[in-house]
Design a protein around this ligand. Structure first.
Ligand code: HCB
Length: 217
């Protein structure tokens, strides 16, 4: 099977909500020599983007989205342990990862966490719907380490909470202890500038590169 043909099958497993088929297909791709990185970036993520666009165009509805999300989870259950094994022994830094309060969208968050882990970060996954005071407590607990904060928000409402994170970091005297990268579909470069964060990234692969660059500064 050609490379593109496999990417298309992986993409379609997500678009067509193939919860039972996604895991075995990922295994098939791994057995055929595809890397987890290719499987995620050129296959599964493309499918998730398509289903997201279809949702916005009202071509599919919440139940289908939820099943695509489950297919994505089934696929990542095969890939996560492999990516964890690949982790380099020396950590390049600690990354506190969370999804903003009020927001339970965790697919992109998990992909970014996986990619950061695979690129040498020690990832502290605080999960979804995390209040800002808990985030600040976690940053304070790791003060002094090479430290990143990576927050996701998928809704315009939850994105506003990112501004508050920046304010609290300043107030608590923690701003200089941590590099801050925010992401999620509504997050733009101008928003990052406005709130005084350090960076954003379009996707998980870019997030890993941006995070590695920030750790050098
Ligand atoms: Co949801 N939802 N949803 N949803 N949902 C969105 C986000 C809307 C944009 C759809 C729309 O209306 N057009 C919309 C938000 C509108 C807005 O505020 N502008 C919306 C809404 C309104 C809602 C509900 C309120 C719907 C309802 O109940 N009526 C509800 C809210 C629940 C809540 O959070 N309180 C809801 C629920 C759901 C689910 C449960 C059905 C499901 C989530 C399942 C899950 O995550 N476990 C869901 C989904 C899947 C979506 C869409 C279709 C796709 C999101 C997604 O997974 N994208 C989304 C539409 C869209 O975004 N186009 C829709 C794929 C991932 C891979 O991309 O952008 O999340 P990503 O992450 C990327 C990228 O941003 C970057 O890298 C990631 C990986 O490549 N990145 C970072 C992310 N975080 C980063 C952090 C960094 O530091 C750096 C980079």
């Amino acid at each position: 099977m050609g490379k593109q043909e496999m990417y298309d099958k992986l993409r379609d497993a997500i678009v067509n909500q193939d919860i039972n088929g996604a895991g075995p297909l990922v295994q098939e791709a791994l057995d055929a020599g595809f890397t987890p990185f290719e499987i995620i970036n050129d296959g599964l993520s493309v499918g998730m983007k398509i289903i997201g666009d279809k949702f916005e165009a009202a071509e599919v509805y919440l139940p289908q989205i939820m099943m695509s999300a489950k297919a994505m989870k089934a696929a990542m259950e095969i890939l996560d342990p492999i990516l964890a094994e690949d982790e380099t022994s020396e950590s390049v830094g600690t990354c506190i990862k969370f999804v903003q309060e009020g927001d339970i969208h965790d697919i992109g968050h998990r992909l970014v966490a996986t990619m950061l882990g695979a690129n040498g970060f020690t990832v502290i996954d605080m999960g979804v719907d995390v209040p800002n005071d808990k985030v600040i407590e976690e940053v304070a607990a790791h003060k002094g380490e090479k430290l990143m904060l990576s927050g996701s928000a998928l809704m315009t409402t939850s994105m506003l909470g990112q501004k508050d994170v920046m304010r609290l970091l300043e107030e608590e005297g923690l701003r200089d202890s941590v590099k801050v990268m925010f992401g999620g579909a509504p997050v733009t470069d101008s928003w990052i500038k406005e709130i005084g964060a350090d960076a954003t990234a379009e996707n998980a692969a870019e997030a890993a590169n941006v995070a590695l660059e920030l750790m050098k500064k």
